[in-house]
Write a protein that binds this ligand. Structure first.
Ligand SMILES: [Zn+2]
Length: 134
């Protein structure tokens, strides 16, 4: 599998280093590439009542707050070199701003792409904005 570029890996590691994960000890970073080509990053932020914010949700919020509305790609760097796929809630959040062909790539500490999926594979036959009558 191919590697991501060094700058992106460094950004993922910087973000993961800023994760606030005192309860799970499971720091995660995510970077979303928007339709404009800009990158937005986030890390998980836990709270004592366990209604925490995942890295993907943080990155998606940063993107939406900057005015972008389309996700092209999502990169996720978990701890310990093990693949860290998005949780169910994050799959739905990615789906909100993605097409079924949007890629999610799981990265290891050496920058290798461990696994890729489309959001259509991660969340098949999903509910989305087009199901809300407008
Ligand atoms: Zn999540």
């Amino acid at each position: 599998m191919k590697n991501i570029d060094e700058d992106l890996l460094a950004e993922l590691k910087r973000l993961r280093g800023n994760a606030y994960a005192p309860y799970s000890d499971h720091p995660v970073a995510a970077v979303v590439e928007s339709g404009t080509g800009r990158h937005f990053g986030g890390a998980n932020v836990e709270v004592a009542h366990f209604k925490s914010t995942c890295a993907e949700a943080s990155a998606i919020s940063a993107m939406a707050n900057a005015g972008d509305r389309d996700i092209r790609l999502v990169y996720v760097l978990g701890p310990g070199g093990r693949p860290c796929p998005p949780c169910g809630d994050c799959r739905q959040r990615i789906r909100e701003f993605a097409s079924p062909e949007t890629w999610v790539a799981l990265i290891d500490d050496e920058g290798r792409v461990q696994k890729t999926y489309t959001i259509g594979e991660l969340l098949p036959d999903s509910f989305g904005p087009d199901h809300i009558p407008g």
